[in-house]
Design a protein around this ligand. Structure first.
Ligand code: DGY
Length: 340
């Protein structure tokens, strides 16, 4: 019996490698492939499934030539993959939902506290020998307790952030589907009923002391926070982004931070990762992290396990537990070799 063949574009932590090796012939690339290299590998007919990272661009053109039957993304987000094109080609896409909710909410809270209390400036001052003893006006920051946190979106990570913020004594508002709206009943709010308040996007922008973004990247949310939105925020407000970089117009943000339109920003994601908008890195009123929302040892192990299990199921011709587009296989699989 022929073994399934799985391509892994970047080494991943255990237990994924052991699970994959037990089930398939596995090829792990040592260095991240260029777009052209990955397109050629996917088109080669040498692999049944490819296990990808967020930086692997799996667009309609690549999918149009691909001979794989599945793409298993090592992430909950899948904006790097053209899912409509994959579905059209009969290619199933998998992701890793649920396992990184708390870790990412921790980073949102860390950015709220870190920007409010100017932690990067403070750390630098100590390391550079510029701390000469306690002073009444040294590095004064903003309060967190008693201030208003506005959540753009109210999915899993936003709710986990709300839980933390309520613990810090913050008032929590949310807009469920910015820039649009939708009704939200108390039953849907569950534990948050009576503890958080739904408002429209415009009100959220204007009344938040901290505006934290928790929306997927889509056409409607691309540059959700642009120069006009920044201008409607309080001059004392702080923007937090642990979602996706392109949700913010980063050049407009640099301008707003320079001009004092808003007070600060805490970012774990960037518009053109790993590049930063010109001027962003020089601004003292920012805390900048290298997309580490899910970067804990246990969480990355779970992401590894889920993405490996998704890939193994796909390679065996079974719809994986975490399929983004299970309908891709509701018709006979096209463009992929038959299961062995
Ligand atoms: C995801 O999974 O989508 C995160 O952005 C990276 O862990």
């Amino acid at each position: 019996m022929t073994r399934a063949r799985i391509l892994v574009t970047t080494p991943i932590p255990e237990p994924g490698p052991s699970l994959l090796a037990a089930a398939a012939d596995v090829t792990v690339l040592d260095a991240p492939p260029s777009y052209a290299e990955l397109a050629a590998l996917c088109a080669s007919g040498d692999y049944d499934v490819v296990l990808t990272q967020l930086r692997d661009r799996i667009d309609a053109e690549l999918l149009g030539r691909a001979k794989v039957r599945g793409v298993s993304n090592f992430a909950v987000g899948y904006n790097n993959i053209d899912v409509a094109a994959a579905t059209e080609r009969g290619i199933v896409v998998g992701n890793t939902p649920g396992v990184l909710t708390d870790a990412t909410a921790d980073v949102a809270m860390l950015l709220i506290l870190g920007t409010a209390r100017r932690v990067v400036e403070a750390d630098r001052m100590v390391r550079e020998g510029r701390f000469h003893g306690w002073e009444p006006e040294l590095l004064l920051g903003a309060d967190v307790s008693g201030r208003t946190l506005g959540l753009a979106g109210f999915g899993r990570i936003a709710r986990a952030t709300a839980r933390r913020a309520l613990g810090f004594g913050m008032e929590v508002l949310f807009a469920p589907r910015p820039p649009g709206d939708r009704p939200v009943e108390d039953a849907e709010l569950g534990e948050f009923a009576g503890r958080v308040r739904k408002v429209e996007w415009g009100e959220l922008v204007a009344s938040s002391d901290f505006l934290s973004l928790h929306v997927p990247l889509a056409e409607e949310t691309h540059h959700l926070v642009d120069a006009r939105v920044l201008a409607r925020m309080k001059p004392s407000a702080i923007l937090i982004n642990t979602a996706r970089g392109p949700v913010v117009d980063e050049a407009a943000l640099v301008e707003a931070l320079r001009a004092g339109t808003i007070a600060a920003a805490g970012l774990d994601v960037f518009e053109d990762e790993p590049l930063l908008a010109p001027g962003l890195a020089e601004l003292p009123n920012t805390v900048l992290l290298p997309h580490i929302g899910s970067a804990t040892v246990p969480v990355r192990a779970e992401m590894s396990r889920l993405s490996a299990l998704n890939a193994i199921a796909m390679a065996a011709g079974q719809t994986p537990e975490h399929a983004v587009n299970p309908q891709a296989w509701s018709e006979p699989v096209r463009g992929a070799r038959s299961s062995s």
